[in-house]
Write a protein that binds this ligand. Sequence first.
Ligand code: NI
Length: 189
Amino acid sequence: MAILKIARMGNPVLLRKCDPVPDPGAPEIRRLVADMMQTMEDAPGVGLAGPQVYVPLRLFVFRVPAERASADLNNRGVPNTVLINPEIEAIGEETGLNWEGCLSIPEMRAVVPRALRIRYRGVDCDGNPVEGEATLFHARVIQHENDHLDGILYPMRVTDFRYFGFNAELDRVAEEQRQQQAAQAAAEQ
Ligand code: NI
């Protein structure tokens, strides 16, 4: 296994529509998927798509760590998972706003609207069908990774650029606000 180099925003490999994986069971695809999972964990990240490691094919790996899971049946923790030649569709019209980052856009995050519920289908490295429903964080990570296969990066989905910034700055501001609120709450007692 190997840690792969991750393409950063500005590289045209991230902007192209990727090609279907012709043979999901091929040994080189299995090797690629294992390397992508290792690269995702090393980064660390929660998702990684083919074009992010300079392979413009329709596949991605993802996981839902326990701290991002919830009681919702379709947003439980998910171990490292691959989806090859995925298709996704929104269930219903409902969208939600939440923060997103991307390993190809280091040290930044933004608030991005996404469908709250989706249905997905694809195959795994044995060519077996994988399908299900996903909600909340699980749905968000799949939509983010699937966008990579169409050359779409999350900033292209941002609707309010006031909520786009560097992690260090956003964290600093949030911490200041938290301290101010705590001080105010203490003063009011
Ligand atoms: Ni990404």
